[in-house]
Design a protein around this ligand. Structure first.
Ligand code: PMP
Length: 354
C-alpha cells in the first residue's frame, strides 16, 4: 500500500474474483459462465464495420439496446439503465442508497461483493443469517430500516425465493430500496420485474453474463421505477457516462433479438443441472436445491478443500469458499453434459482413493 492511499480505504478487503488461470486448459466450472457460445447473430454483430466505428464514442444512453430490453420486459425505457456488468449497478446502488453510515441488509451467505461495496461506501451493514438448511426466511428481511440486497436465486446456494415472498419484503419496506439481484433468474425463477410498476422501492438487477453467454462483454441492466433509475443515471453520468462500449452495445442488441436461442440454452443447462444433482447425490453428496446455473454440494467423505484441490490437479476448476459455514462445500458451474460426465468420473476417482 502506498502512503498516498486515502485512510478510508486502508483496511478495505477487495473482492476476489474466481480464478482465471492461464497455465493450461481447464474444464472451467468455477465462475458460472455459460458453456455455450453467444448466438450466431450476436457473434456476427461484432463485425469489421462495427470495429471501425470504435473511433467514435458509444451512445451514453445505449438507446437501441435500452428500447429492446424495455420491450422484452414490458416496461418503459425510463425504467431501464444499462451498466458494465451487474457489478456496476450494485456499486451504484450501494453508493446511492446505502453509503456514508446508512444501513444496508443482506444475507450472511450471499454474493461476496455486497460486503465489499458496503465497506467501500461506508455503509453500516448488517448480515442476516440464512437458516440451517441455507434457505432464506423472508420474514427476517421484512420491516427493516435500510436498503435490502437480496440475490434471487441466492449465490452460492442457488436457492430461490418465491415472488410472493419477494413481494412481502417489498411491502414491508416501503421506505427502503429493495435490490433484487437476478443474475441467475433465467434458470428457473420467476422475475420480480412484473412488480416494478407496483413498488417504487424495487430495483431488479440482471446480467448478460450467465444466461446470455456474454460474461466477457460486461453488460448488465437494472429495471425499476423512473425516479430510482434517474438517481442511478445521475451517479453513472458522474462517474463514466460511456460505461458500455460500442461492441457490447451491438452484441447486446443482437442477443435480445436471439431470445429463443438463449431460452433453449437455459433449458439445456437446467436439464444438465438435474443430471449433475442426481449423480452427485448417488455419490453421497448433499446438494442444495439449485435454481441457478450451478450447484452447491458437500460430502462427508472428502472435504470441500480437498475436492477442490484434487479436481484442479485433474484439470477441472470448481469454486471453493473458505468462510466457516460453507467451507465444506464447492460451487460447481453447470457445463455441457460432456463436461459434467467428466466431472462426475473425476469425483468418483477421488472418492475411491480416499
Ligand atoms: N450478482 C451475483 C449474485 C453474481 O453471482 C454475479 C457474478 N459474479 C454478479 C451479480 C455480477 O455479474 P456481472 O458483473 O458479470 O454481471
Amino acid at each position: 500500500m502506498s502512503k498516498f492511499l486515502d485512510k478510508r480505504y486502508s483496511s478495505l478487503a477487495a473482492y476476489v474474483p474466481g480464478e482465471q488461470p492461464q497455465d493450461k486448459q481447464y474444464i472451467k466450472l468455477n465462475t458460472n459462465e455459460s458453456p455455450y457460445p453467444p448466438s450466431p447473430e450476436t457473434v456476427a454483430a461484432v463485425n469489421k464495420s462495427e470495429a471501425e466505428l470504435l473511433r467514435l464514442y458509444p451512445d451514453p444512453d445505449g438507446r437501441v439496446l435500452t428500447k429492446k430490453i424495455a420491450d422484452l420486459y414490458g416496461v418503459g425505457t425510463e425504467n431501464v439503465i444499462l451498466v458494465n456488468g451487474s457489478d456496476d449497478i450494485l456499486n451504484f446502488a450501494f453508493m446511492a442508497f446505502g453509503a456514508n453510515g446508512r444501513k444496508t441488509y443482506f444475507a450472511d451467505i450471499t454474493y461476496g461483493f455486497y460486503s465489499v461495496f458496503a465497506n467501500l461506501h461506508g455503509s453500516d451493514y448488517k448480515t442476516i443469517p440464512l437458516e440451517d438448511d441455507f434457505t432464506i426466511d423472508y420474514k427476517r428481511f421484512c420491516n427493516l430500516d435500510g436498503a435490502v440486497f437480496i440475490a434471487n436465486p441466492n449465490a452460492p446456494t442457488g436457492i430461490a425465493l418465491g415472488l410472493d415472498e419477494i413481494e412481502e419484503i417489498l411491502k414491508t419496506n416501503p421506505d427502503n430500496v429493495v435490490v433484487v439481484d437476478e443474475a441467475y433468474v433465467d434458470f428457473g425463477t420467476e422475475s420480480a420485474v412484473k412488480l416494478v410498476s407496483k413498488y417504487e422501492n424495487l430495483l431488479v438487477v440482471q446480467t448478460f453474463s450467465k444466461s446470455r453467454s456474454m460474461a466477457g462483454a460486461r453488460l448488465g441492466f437494472a429495471i425499476g421505477n423512473k425516479e430510482l433509475i434517474g438517481d442511478l443515471h445521475k451517479l453513472r453520468y458522474s462517474t463514466n457516462p460511456y460505461n458500455i462500449n460500442r461492441l457490447t452495445l451491438v452484441a447486446g442488441a443482437a442477443a435480445i433479438d436471439s431470445q429463443s436461442y438463449y431460452t433453449e440454452n437455459c433449458k439445456r443447462i437446467e436439464k444438465t443441472r438435474e443430471f449433475t444433482t442426481n449423480e452427485l447425490e448417488k455419490l453421497g453428496f448433499r446438494v442444495l436445491p439449485s435454481k441457478a446455473n450451478f450447484v452447491f454440494a458437500e460430502s462427508d467423505t472428502v472435504s470441500g478443500e480437498e475436492l477442490y484441490l484434487k479436481l484442479k490437479e485433474m484439470g477441472v476448476l470448481v469454486r471453493h469458499f473458505t468462510s466457516d459455514r460453507i467451507k465444506n462445500f464447492n460451487r460447481i458451474t453447470i457445463g455441457t453434459p460432456e463436461q459434467m460426465h467428466i466431472l462426475i468420473d473425476k469425483i468418483k476417482e477421488i472418492m475411491e482413493a480416499v
